[in-house]
Design a protein around this ligand. Structure first.
Ligand SMILES: [Zn+2]
Length: 212
């Protein structure tokens, strides 16, 4: 294993992350990748979120130690969530935080217009605001998360496609159960849950989160 390789080993799966390839990533793609790292904070590990707040500039500057920690912690949290889900409790669905709204952005704009991670970043903003509207999380925590996503170089305002377009794409998403849209929502304490929400509330959050 080369010095730029970090291995995080778990049974039965082995995860090897090649940090050298990150060094050659364009800034936009690195930011997109950070969306999939940031998501682990609010759903599973507030200490990691605090670490990301302190090191997001280092990550964007491709600091090797910061990248190594971010990748390792992401792998560890993912493995932990999947391990907790061995009895098919459905917990692993929380790994899709930001992805329900993000999928609608990708599908609504045409895939490839935004990078997947960009759509997920903005999708996390919308999911966090929906969690707030449902009384699950404090506004201050949502502000913290939105600031972090913004500082990672990700969009925090969605494309103005109209709430109906978003709802349509979310409803036909393969993860929707019989047309019921499932959202990964956060509680601000480092935990997430998957549940539905009233269309009217979702539409309000979308309209409030789109560029004018
Ligand atoms: Zn993703």
């Amino acid at each position: 294993m080369g010095k730029n390789m970090i291995g995080a080993f778990y049974q039965p799966q082995r995860v090897v992350c090649d940090l050298a390839t990150l060094q050659s990533l364009p800034a936009r793609e690195l930011s997109a990748g950070l969306a999939e790292v940031i998501k682990y904070g609010p759903i599973a590990d507030l200490a990691f979120m605090t670490w990301l707040e302190a090191h997001v500039a280092d990550l964007r500057a491709l600091n090797p130690q910061a990248l190594a920690h971010a990748v390792q912690r992401s792998c560890e949290i993912k493995a932990w969530v999947v391990a907790q889900d061995e009895r098919e409790s459905g917990l692993r669905a929380i790994l899709n935080f930001g992805h329900t709204f993000g999928h609608a952005i990708e599908a609504g704009l045409g895939f490839g217009e935004w990078l997947h991670g960009e759509a997920v970043g903005c999708g996390m903003v919308m999911a966090a605001r929906l969690s707030q509207r449902l009384g699950m999380v404090e506004a201050a925590f949502v502000d913290r998360l939105v600031t972090l996503i913004d500082r990672a170089g990700l969009p925090i305002q969605g494309p103005r496609l109209g709430a109906d377009t978003y709802l349509h794409h979310m409803r036909v998403d393969k993860k929707a159960l019989g047309g019921d849209i499932r959202f990964v929502l956060i509680d601000g304490q480092g935990q997430a849950e998957v549940r539905g929400a009233p269309d009217a509330l979702v539409a309000e959050v979308i309209e409030a989160s789109c560029a004018t």
